[in-house]
Write a protein that binds this ligand. Structure first.
Ligand SMILES: Nc1ncnc2c1ncn2[C@@H]1O[C@H](COP(=O)(O)OP(=O)(O)OP(=O)(O)O)[C@@H](O)[C@H]1O
Ligand SMILES: [Mg+2]
Length: 345
């Protein structure tokens, strides 16, 4: 199966193969996004997906796609205990109540979060015990424009592919963490931060529940542009310096990372204030997570341990030559694509 993460700068794709009980990563691809300023047309997307499958060796036609941060709405809500297809209908009719937004011409989907037993000292423990009534389901609700789903599906079909599944990109790193670090996923309160090109996504995961999502409009693009401006050099030069981690640019780069760190910190503060629980660790993915220097800067700005993590940890690696060598560095950038693949497995 192929999973594609259409980033605003770089398209990431992975090819997974089922081998009995486990999955093998047999190939990955990173391609420049066709255009990163405007919306992409179905025709251009189709050509692009064609190039992606070619880069992956044309071995399967099943495709999972992640939907970008700006194109999908995700909330954790409570819903009555009804079957999933009824839930989708209720959302379609009643989304204004549940999502506090009017979303005409959208499609809706739900995922029921498996209930976890409440601890005796936890909020709701007594009422859940004494009321005897069926508690509500905690549900992840997602919405996207019908037109976008139609366009993506059509583009995939034109490229000879069948869309198996679409998942909001913001949720993908959570899927990956669940597989790579199941203990952390189930028991801890952590933040998942994906630093992309245009945006950075922040999710607070509180013992397997999605407690907060936020998109910050700062990513690798702003870091490079800011560096170019302060150092009075071209964007391309600044990009090279950023990726090369030249020590003499540390202070100039730090200046660019500070606003990003502050925004992330503000999200964590909000969660901690509302819930009276600390976030203990930050798991960082996306292109910028490939830079040790940026990771250290985030660490000191957030005053919290920031970890890069290996999204391929649960996969058997069966990559060809050069990819087998490079995966260690590229890994953080593939987190969303791998998480999207997991949605379809
Ligand atoms: N080694 C590195 N050090 C620092 N930054 C890097 C490194 N490698 C890639 N990047 C940055 O990562 C960014 C691209 O990351 P990524 O592929 O996660 O973004 P995207 O998914 O295309 O964007 P978005 O998620 O905003 O749509 C670029 O800005 C690039 O400069
Ligand atoms: Mg991205």
């Amino acid at each position: 199966m192929i999973a594609v993460d259409l980033g605003s700068r770089t398209t990431k794709a992975v090819l997974l193969e089922r081998r009995g009980e486990i999955y093998a990563l047999t190939r990955y691809a990173m391609l420049d996004a066709p255009i990163f300023e405007k919306k992409i047309s179905p025709e251009l997307l189709s050509d692009h997906l064609h190039a992606v499958t070619e880069a992956l060796g044309n071995t399967t036609k099943y495709l999972t796609m992640s939907v970008g941060l700006e194109d999908a709405i995700v909330r954790q809500i409570e819903m009555p205990q009804i079957p999933l297809d009824e839930m989708r209908l209720v959302l379609k009719v009643n989304h204004k109540n549940y999502l506090q937004q009017d979303l005409p011409n959208h499609v809706f989907d739900c995922f029921i979060i498996p209930p976890r037993p409440l601890l005796p000292n936890e909020k709701g423990f007594d009422s859940a015990r004494s009321s005897g009534s069926a508690p509500k389901f905690k549900v992840l609700a997602a919405a996207a424009k019908q037109q976008l789903i139609t366009d993506y599906t059509r583009a995939a079909n034109q490229a000879g592919l069948t869309v198996d599944c679409m998942i909001p990109g913001i949720l993908a790193p959570i899927n990956t963490l669940e597989r790579v670090l199941p203990e952390v996923f189930a028991n801890e309160t952590v933040a998942l931060v994906d630093v992309g090109f245009k945006n950075t996504s922040v999710c607070v995961l509180d013992r397997s529940e999605l407690a907060l999502t936020r998109v910050v409009n700062i990513g690798g693009d702003k870091l490079t542009a800011g560096l170019a401006e302060t150092m009075n050099i071209s964007y391309a030069e600044a990009e090279g310096i950023k990726v090369g981690m030249a020590p003499e640019v540390e202070s100039a780069l730090q200046m660019q990372v500070i606003p990003l760190g502050r925004e992330i910190r503000a999200s964590l503060d909000f969660f901690e204030h509302e819930n009276d629980r600390p976030v203990t660790q930050v798991y960082v993915s996306g292109g910028a997570a490939r830079s040790e220097m940026i990771m250290q800067m985030l660490h000191s700005e957030l005053m919290l341990e920031c970890k890069t993590w290996n999204p391929t940890g649960f996969l058997q690696l069966a990559l060809p030559g050069q990819q087998a060598v490079e995966i260690e560095h590229v890994g953080p950038q593939l987190t969303v694509a791998i998480g999207a693949a997991l949605a379809a497995l």
